[in-house]
Structures are given as C-alpha cells and as structure tokens.
Design a protein around this ligand. Sequence first.
Ligand code: GLP
Length: 240
Amino acid sequence: MKVVVVANFDSMSAEVAKIVYGQISKKPHSVLGLATGSSPLGVYKLLVEYHKMGTDFSKVTTFNLDEYVGLRPDHPQSYRWYMEENFFSKVNIKKEQTFIPNGVAEDLEAECLRYEDLIKQAGGIDLQLLGIGSNGHIGFNEPGSEFGTITRVVDLAESTIKDNSRFFESIDEVPTQAISMGIKTIMQAKEIILMASGGSKADAIYAAVYGPVTTEVPASVLQLHPAATLVVDQAAASKL
Ligand code: GLP
C-alpha cells in the first residue's frame, strides 16, 4: 500500500479530491464508493467547487459504504441526509444513480443482498473512498469482522457508538446497528483511498500500515490490496 503524508486536513482533502477528479475525467461513467464522517467533508466541498468550474457528475454512479439501521433517509444523522447535504444536492449527479443502504428496510437481510447485487450490476466500484475509525474500522466493519464478509447488518462497537455520539443529542440516540459493505465488498474495488486526519487516528494508522494483517484491525487488510493509497496528514502519520 502506498502512503502519502500531507501537512493537514486541507491538503489531505485537496489530494483526495484531485484523485477523484482524475478518476471522473478518465472515466465519466465511474462507479465511486463513498464514505461519510468528518474525514471526507473537505473532499466533498472541493468536488462541489470542481463542479462549479465545469466537472460533470451526470454519468457517475455512487455507492455509500454504510447506513445506520433505524434512521430514515430524512433523519439529519442518516448517511443519506449527510450525502444530500454535503454533496449530492450540490452537483449534477442523478439521484437514481446514488445508492445508500436502506436502514429502515422491512427485510434488512434482503436489503443487504440487494445492495451487493446492485454493486455487481453496476460493474463493481472503480474508486472507493474510506475513512478509518479510531479502532481501525472501515465502513462499519468493526474489529473481528472476517475478511470474507459482504454487505450485512453489523453491531456497532462501544467505542464507535461513543465516537459517533458527538453527532447526536445523547449517546442513547446513537443507533447500535448499521448496514455496512463487508471487507470483501470493499476489497473488490479496483482502487481504494483511505484518508485520515488528526492525532486520534495515529494509532489506527500505525496498526493499519505496520501491524500484522488481522481482523482485529480491519484497515490492515488494505495491505493486501493491489491499489490502495493512504492519504494522511502529519498528525495521523505521527506514529509511522
Ligand atoms: C464512522 C463511519 C466510517 C468513518 C468513521 C470515521 O463510524 N461509518 O465510515 O470512516 O466513522 O469517522 P470520522 O471521519 O468522522 O473520524
């Protein structure tokens, strides 16, 4: 895996936005795998700027990594809402080409299989963006997730519920489950970019880059991917 160390959050965002731009320029019908959380916010902002300068998203298809179970798409903490707010509504992407698991589907198991199938039908993911949890999770694949997993319902780790409670009024409101692409789903992407910023990610980044490849640090699996790049700022890279 390639590691690119940049100065700070803004330079990380610029570097990743440039990679996404390059992908869309090379292949207007790209299938992008998208992430949520604070890490990609700067990337989406810059992509909106690229759009204002003429970048066309009309042929792009997107698949998000995950969605909370139990949050409707119009819940302000749902990942559908996040994506609409921060990206989709600000570029000319076609809504029917943006996919996010439905966390309120009546049959969650069927929803997971449907999602996996949709990715296949789209021809697979060309470029997958990832953040990383402080415990090394990718998507919502918590420590212990097997490398053979596909899209499924997962239980969130206590540490993740705590980390993500900052977005909710109280910790009791944080959903305890999510639908997440599996490790295998993520690893099938042709190219993967993981971004991380800030000292709170330093241990996870160290373990992902130098640690053994283990299900205990889900991001360490990226060492086995033929085209994975980590774009990290100096604080996140401080233990490398
Ligand atoms: C969440 C998401 C992950 C994300 C991680 C890190 O739990 N499911 O996809 O990478 O948190 O979030 P942040 O970028 O806000 O640190």
